[in-house]
Write a protein that binds this ligand. Structure first.
Ligand SMILES: [Zn+2]
Length: 123
């Protein structure tokens, strides 16, 4: 017959944990984990991407991004470096995954130059 190895009641009831009990038969670490699921401990409002999203939300922005920071993050990904800014490729258009890119100031300058040149060529 299978028998559970009785654990010392003064230590955490979680497997492979020998820390002293804090509450509900669990140590401080496991008790905290139980009370606050890990998915809720991540504070996305501190993301630089979130700050950007909040800023562009007030502007002309694609419907899929209006109420969804996660969609924005999924489409654009993380900002590659602090040098990068969210840039609209076509300023007359709206903020969307097709019209936005993380670019450095230099990259943006190079891009604008290219666009201006091609526009002049059309004349
Ligand atoms: Zn524990």
């Amino acid at each position: 017959m299978f028998t559970m190895q009785p654990k010392n009641p003064t230590t955490c009831n979680q497997p492979d944990c020998n820390l002293p009990v804090c509450a509900k038969g669990m140590c401080r670490v496991h008790y905290d984990k139980e009370r606050r699921p890990p998915t809720h401990t991540y504070d996305y409002t501190k993301d630089t991407e979130y700050t950007t999203w909040k800023k562009i939300r007030k502007l002309r922005i694609h419907l899929s991004w209006v109420n969804s920071y996660t969609q924005f993050l999924q489409d654009m990904g993380r900002r590659p470096s602090p040098e990068h800014r969210l840039v609209m490729l076509d300023p007359s258009n709206i903020y969307s995954k097709y019209n936005c890119k993380w670019l450095t100031y230099e990259e943006q300058k190079a891009y604008n130059k290219r666009t201006t040149m091609s526009q002049q060529g059309q004349k």
